[in-house]
Design a protein around this ligand. Structure first.
Ligand code: BDR
Ligand code: CA
Length: 312
């Protein structure tokens, strides 16, 4: 039985590889649509990039929908310093021919979830603005969400500030709404994704899959790794964040984690966007997320390389 899935994203090289990984596995993931949010680059560009990747994967059957152009309360913050001006720099890909849908992503999310014959899995790879807005507009949709698996947050250090990871930092109010919505939530934060480094050998392995998608993925990962190194963040291979979400849906046995109580900081200027994760439930509140802590990185990169063969 396939898993009905919606991906909410802000491509981004790592979002792009995540989309390819999902689109390469149609016998396991029934991708109902890709909703797009502002994040790594402005919305016009994240939507363009999602369309580029959809065509690269030959999946014009998957609708792409533009969502919120800015966070709920805060001004937009982008990350061209990591992703380049275009967001998916490193892949030399043609202009997409198919347009995005005309419907707003949030409206589409609400309608699609309400009409779904069985509960849908949400995979979120960017700021949580679209999902939080949909939950505020239509709280009933929570009942149609099988589970939500997100890339974001950290148990340990952040990557934008000492406290906060990018996706949560950009829209902490949206993240707080999602973490308190009572959904079946799985959080994949920096503690996991920094174990999954796109080393030159692993990128070469992806390229060796030999397809156009494989070469584009390898080009994007080369660029992404070089930017991580130049910015003084991580040398020897960028952490490959977002595909972890799709890999977890496909191969959960590659990951380990524990239930935790997670709260998102929205008030403190110093720790804005911090995900305070407590496996010991010291505040007397129940766990609200499964927080992953470990990944089998070799298995993860094998899955990506093998999947690229499926995309001609
Ligand atoms: C997250 O932020 C973005 O730069 C990446 O696409 C990923 O979703 C990592 O902090
Ligand atoms: Ca992302």
């Amino acid at each position: 039985m396939t898993t009905p899935l919606i991906i909410d994203c802000d491509p981004g090289q790592d979002d792009a590889v995540a989309l390819l990984l999902a689109m390469a596995n149609p016998s396991e993931l029934e991708l109902l649509g890709v909703t797009v949010v502002a994040g790594n680059v402005p919305l016009a560009r994240t939507v363009y990039n999602a369309r580029v990747i959809r065509e690269l994967a030959g999946r014009l059957d998957v609708p792409v929908l533009a969502g919120c152009p800015r966070p709920i309360l805060l001004p937009p913050r982008t990350a061209e310093y990591i992703h380049g001006e275009g967001g998916i720099d490193g892949a030399d890909l043609p202009e997409p021919s198919a347009p995005p849908e005309l419907t707003h992503a949030v409206v589409w999310l609400i309608e699609t979830l309400r009409l779904a014959a069985r509960p849908v899995t949400l995979a979120t790879l960017g700021p949580l603005t679209n999902i939080a807005t949909a939950l505020v507009m239509a709280p009933d949709i929570a009942g149609k969400v099988e589970r939500l698996v997100l890339m974001g947050g950290a148990i340990g250090q952040g990557n934008v500030t000492a406290s906060a990871e990018f996706n949560i930092y950009v829209d902490p109010h949206a993240a707080a709404a999602v973490f308190s919505a009572g959904l079946d939530l799985t959080m994949i934060g920096l503690d996991v994704t920094h174990q999954a480094r796109a080393t030159p050998a692993r990128i070469a392995r992806i390229a060796a899959a030999g397809t156009k998608a494989a070469r584009a993925a390898a080009g994007m990962l080369d660029f992404f790794s070089a930017r991580y190194a130049e910015s003084g963040r991580v040398a020897g291979g960028a952490p490959l964040h977002d595909p972890c979400v799709i890999a977890y849906l496909l191969r959960p046995e590659l990951f380990e984690g524990r239930p935790m109580e997670v709260e998102v900081e929205t008030a403190s200027a110093l720790t804005l966007g911090r995900t305070a994760c407590d496996p010991h439930l010291r505040r007397g509140r129940p766990a609200n997320a499964l927080v992953l802590e470990r990944i089998d990185a070799e298995g993860y990169f094998s899955l990506i390389a093998d999947s690229m063969i499926n995309l001609r």
